[in-house]
Design a protein around this ligand. Structure first.
Ligand code: ZN
Length: 91
């Protein structure tokens, strides 16, 4: 007679797999936001200047103010929450 205790495995099921995947993606994105808070500007591709449509004159990118970089959306949220925590409510 074989023992059934050794064959019992814990299966997560599809909801468990989805939850773990979402958790892994979220934690990975937060790690990226902590390590590299800035990303390249999509409009000027990190150059900081754009050519205007009509005269094709080079101008400073209005989206990134010529920096060529943007703060990631996740980092904006982290900074907001940190600022909210630092202000706090006096007790
Ligand atoms: Zn730009």
């Amino acid at each position: 007679m074989t023992s059934l205790a050794s064959t019992a495995t814990a299966s997560a099921g599809p909801i468990g797999v989805l939850t773990l995947t979402a958790l892994a993606v979220t934690l990975g994105y937060l790690a990226v936001c902590m390590i590299r808070p800035f990303r390249r500007c999509r409009r000027c591709h990190g150059i900081g200047r754009r050519r205007s449509l009509i005269l094709r004159v080079g101008r400073t990118c209005r989206r990134c103010n010529g920096n060529g970089e943007h703060l990631r959306a996740g980092r904006v949220v982290i900074n907001y929450l940190r600022e909210l925590h630092d202000k706090g409510t006096p007790r």
